[in-house]
Design a protein around this ligand. Sequence first.
Ligand SMILES: Cc1ncc(COP(=O)(O)O)c(C=O)c1O
Ligand SMILES: N[C@@H](CCOP(=O)(O)O)C(=O)O
Length: 534
Amino acid sequence: MATAAASSSALPFFPSNCRSPDSHPNPKSPFPIPFHSNIHKRVRLLCCAASSVSVGEDNGRRSRRSDENIREEAARRDLASPVSSHGFSAWYVPFGASDPDERYSLDQIIYRSNSGGLLDVRHDFSALAKFPGSYWRDLFDSRVGRTTWPYGSGVWSKKEFVLPEIDADHIVSLFEGNSNLFWAERLGREHLGGMTDLWVKHCGISHTGSFKDLGMTVLVSQVNRLRSKPLSRPIAGVGCASTGDTSAALSAYCAAANIPAIVFLPADRISIAQLVQPIANGATVLSIDTDFDGCMRLIREVTAELPIYLANSLNSLRLEGQKTAAIEILQQFDWVVPDWVIVPGGNLGNIYAFYKGFHMCKELGLVDQIPRLVCAQAANANPLYLHYKSGWSDFKPVTASQTFASAIQIGDPVSIDRAVHAIRQTDGIVEEATEEELMDAMSLADRTGMFACPHTGVVLAALFKLRETGVIRTNDKTVVVSTAHGLKFTQAKVDYHSGKIEDMACRYANPPVNVKADFGSVMDVLKKKLVLKK
Ligand SMILES: Cc1ncc(COP(=O)(O)O)c(C=O)c1O
Ligand SMILES: N[C@@H](CCOP(=O)(O)O)C(=O)O
């Protein structure tokens, strides 16, 4: 890890007038002020965050010029900022190539390498590593919980690690990210053998109800940059194939930026809540009589013919945004690294995004290790699991069968190579969950105060198995990644609680009780319930 070679005046974001009241400048330190104590550090961070983002100061409070909005304020600040002189940059390389000659600007419209393989976004680590890990930690922490454009977003608060070169003015953000990291106290204690350090990262409690917002803000921002002056690329719209969440996120971000969105959906295979999202946001919605893999093949053919930019995670830009969820978890734990992170897998971009976020933080000295990753799949759509079980011998796509975890009903994942890399590099594990296991796990979690989606059920079912076999231990710090909001999948819950799913015991079903509208009948029901509880 390179240490900070820069002088204090060269630090891009902490202005030199930013000092805690009783700090003494240290001539040897690369920082404007010494870190005497946590309190001083916090004072300094708050002060820096405010003064680095505004011109007018009023007793330490930020004030924006009355004639500008937050985007204009950011543009003015960008012009005055020395950040560009630090030369942070990123570009595409073929995925897996260690020192490639082949590289492409992010302003090129390209999804595959020369040999037809996946691409990856590579950052200039030597430029980023001129600043120590503590600098990046403090900078990212200083931006949390603000409305400063674009740092109010959990993604763009890490802009230098995401798309360092984009102008704040081109960013299309709905202040995504900064999602809750929920301590699953009762679930851990009562149902997972007394687990004390179990957490759920609620990526689905977000603007469009899934983690896809994190990647879509990056992709649509880059499209906005490409379509704007001076590049003025003739991109007519942005398109994706989807099992319901990518399409919702794409449609919302495109609507916010006034860019046409086109979504290919497998007919009758996504929830009503998901279907209505792109319709409401004004996207062109094609309901196609095939499965997700069929839609994916079609969108790839169409984007090769028409000037439609591809928004699926085959496009590695998406993963740059999604990886910030990993950085956010570290941040929320005060930069303590969890032992395990469990992620549901479908098209398999997200598991790699998590790996990438953790890996980047380790390489740049923000943390000194990375967690072990578990990818959990539905048994009805389990190509990665089968590949893992075969000892990573030849990968074979499968035809995915129907699953309640409908957003991961994918048999031929585009990011298979990325996922294998993520699992192997982290000494990771792949697990699977049957329909009954995932629905029971989801419903049990709901009984402890969550409202989980079936994909979170897949992850929780994997956790149950790994606890039973003792692979995950009682005190292991474990994060379950919840990828969508449960309200998108109410039909699955209604089916379960009606107890009418074929071949499923629905152990935790809790159907409503129909009662006559008289006091005696109501009392009878309540007394029975109370007696049963004794
Ligand atoms: C809710 C939900 N969870 C999990 C996934 C799986 O993510 P990935 O496709 O990146 O593996 C998806 C989409 O595929 C999803 O929509
Ligand atoms: N679950 C996804 C499937 C497509 O995945 P992507 O990450 O490649 O866009 C969806 O919601 O469409």
